[in-house]
Design a protein. Sequence first.
Length: 181
Amino acid sequence: AERNKEAARHLHELFQAAPDHRTPLVEAIKRLEHEADQVTHEVVNRLDRTFITPLDREDIHTLASDLDDVMDAMDRTARRSQIFRVGLAPEGVKQLTEVIQRMVAVLAEAVGRLKKGGGDVMRYCVEAKRLEEEGDAIYHEGLGRMFETERDPLEVIKWKEIYETLELTLDQSEDVANVLE
């Protein structure tokens, strides 16, 4: 969850940056994605070796896996921005990355609360669902605006893909909230 927060910060910076300054941010996200894979692997290994777990074994596994899916989606977005050599980001993309930052911060806080007894985890889950709805509205508005104003079909294809992977990141983040719930 903490690595997701860091990756979301880099993702937001990626689309704020000039195109020729993005490579270090893409590489930082990829590094975090590898670290997250190692953490997920370690969680699964520990589950296999632990007789009694503080939460249901399957829930822990699903939570780790869903958090990893969020990281993978952010990495996919960053890589696509590099592969497509996109220019300056539309406002909707910038807004979505900001919502993703807030979303993964809320999820990290909720995950941290599990260790403390999880008394107010539901409050964070409700906020995560609200953020997913906010992101959906930004996604639809941004995509619609792009189809209305962008005349270059290649740019439409590139940014449509970016918008979709950002929206997928929010959907997968909501999956994390559902597991926490």
